[in-house]
Design a binder for this molecule. Structure first.
Ligand code: GDP
Ligand code: MG
Length: 451
């Protein structure tokens, strides 16, 4: 999978000190594939990658991250930025009612969304009214009424008496969607509903009549928000559809639906880039609750398809103590690493999570990691216990740990003497090996500032 490939690229680049152009190109190639696989449109990918390269070339490699991780981090930040950074909130009218009009192709999820929005608005303390202006598709009005009833939100519809009682079925007699929309807003004013959600008709494809109807409804109701509703599953088609609606009706925000499917969400990035309008909500199922304000960071990891890698990068940055690592590196070079340092390094690494997740991803831990790579988390617990059972003098100078000290340590930490022996032996071996390696590599691995 792509995530594996990227993880592979990250591993290969481990331990390099700087972002070379080749590193950047290589990582960008993988990111490019990730974006294309996520159905981001090609021109958008091109422009995006060009921006990333620009930024990556001027980037400093931090002590916590290796070059590939640095590029991934930049990509992630840029993606989040492009997807809107902060969530854009609904702009409510100063003088209610606020009018929110929904537009989009048939099957995009507008009617379902009307119910979800109604439900959400109610939870926010609003008093919404849904207005049924899809008079095209048979059953569209009663579909909205069912959805409204489920959400406990009244529906204004042209034909009274179709299932929902009370004011939900107040209506006009005309079957003209524009008059229904206008009457719906009047109804809201009269009855003091503070938000009107207008459900409109869609077509299977873009056509002039649909656009005309939508723009007529827009002109008749002067909406505060026109939300373009788009099925995340339609991938690249989202761009053409979005452009057509942007030209034909104009919209102020985007709602992505069907995110419960396996779409990677590239449509989100494309629509955002191409139209410049923010994504405001995300819909992820048929139920009322399958709905949330849009979270750019979640979408970014979905598009990159590497949530684990991203969280690991975050953790590495949070927990990496550069000074401590440098001090340890200096001691390693001189073969002076103590068990106290060893314990500190181990604790630092372990803060980042289960050892299995971290080994292989950790850029700076260098040789320390190799020494730790033969043990699993349970063994690490024991190693930790053994070192904690030693006196400071013993940790500082492990050479003094003779047979009687080993017995005392074993008893104190609940392990056998042979386990203590093993640890001490392995420590000496590792220390020697690390000193040799870091000597050969000119301090590489542990301390990357020297580059
Ligand atoms: P409209 O033609 O734009 O009004 O679309 P509808 O609201 O009628 O939705 C079309 C179909 O998609 C219906 O079967 C909905 O139940 C379904 N649907 C809408 N939103 C979602 C969603 O987020 N996830 C899934 N899985 N189905 C959805
Ligand atoms: Mg509908």
């Amino acid at each position: 999978s792509l995530s594996d490939r990227l993880t592979g690229a990250l591993k290969d680049l481990r331990g390099k000190g700087r972002l070379s152009d080749a590193d950047i190109d290589r990582t960008c190639r993988e990111i490019r594939l990730a974006l294309l696989e996520a159905d981001v449109s090609l021109p958008v990918v091109r422009a995006f990658i060009a921006r990333i390269k620009e930024r990556a070339k001027g980037a400093e490699v931090s002590a916590a991250l290796n070059p590939a991780q640095t590029v991934v981090k930049i990509v992630n930040e840029e993606l989040i930025g492009i997807l809107g950074g902060e969530t854009r909130r609904v702009r409510f009218a100063k003088n209610p009612p606020t009018v929110i009009m929904l537009a989009g192709l048939q099957g995009a999820g507008k009617t379902t969304l009307a119910g979800k929005l109604g439900n959400w608005l109610k939870q926010q303390g609003h008093t919404p009214l849904l207005v049924a202006c899809d008079l095209q598709r048979p059953g569209a009005v009663s579909q909205l009424q069912i959805v409204g009833e489920r959400a406990g939100v009244p529906v204004f519809a042209p034909h009274p008496g179709t299932g929902v009682g009370g004011e939900g079925t107040l209506g006009v007699t005309s079957g003209d969607p524009v008059s229904v929309a206008r009457a719906g807003v009047e109804e809201a004013k009269a009855k003091h509903y503070d938000v009107v959600v207008i459900d409109t008709a869609g077509r299977l494809g873009i056509d002039a009549e649909l656009m005309k109807q939508a723009s007529d409804i827009r002109d008749a109701t002067t909406p505060d928000e026109v939300l373009f509703v788009v099925d995340a599953m339609i991938g690249q088609d989202a761009v053409t559809t979005a452009e057509a609606f942007a030209d034909g009706v104009g919209f102020t925000g985007v709602v992505l639906t069907k995110l419960d499917g396996d779409a990677r969400g590239g449509a989100a990035l494309s629509v955002r880039e191409v139209t410049g309008q923010p994504i405001m909500f995300a819909s992820s199922g048929e139920k009322l609750e399958d709905f949330d304000v849009f979270h750019p960071d979640r979408m970014a990891s979905r598009i990159l398809g590497m949530g684990d890698v991203l969280s690991l990068i975050e953790q590495a940055e949070q927990h990496w103590d550069a000074e401590q690592a440098e001090a340890a590196a200096a001691k390693i070079t001189q073969g002076e690493l103590t068990l106290e340092d060893f314990l500190e390094q181990m604790l630092m690494i372990r803060k980042m999570g289960p050892i299995g997740n971290i080994l292989g991803m950790l850029p700076g831990a260098g040789q320390m990691k190799d020494a730790l790579s033969q043990v699993d988390d349970k063994q690490l617990d024991r190693v930790q216990a053994i070192i904690r059972g030693m006196t400071p003098a013993e940790r500082d100078n492990p050479k003094i740990i003779n047979a009687s000290r080993r017995l005392r340590i074993a008893n104190g930490s609940g392990v056998t003497v042979s386990e203590v022996n093993q640890l001490v032996d392995r420590f000496f071996e590792a220390r020697k090996m690390m000193a040799q390696m870091s000597g050969r590599m000119g301090m590489g691995g542990m301390n990357r500032k020297s580059n």
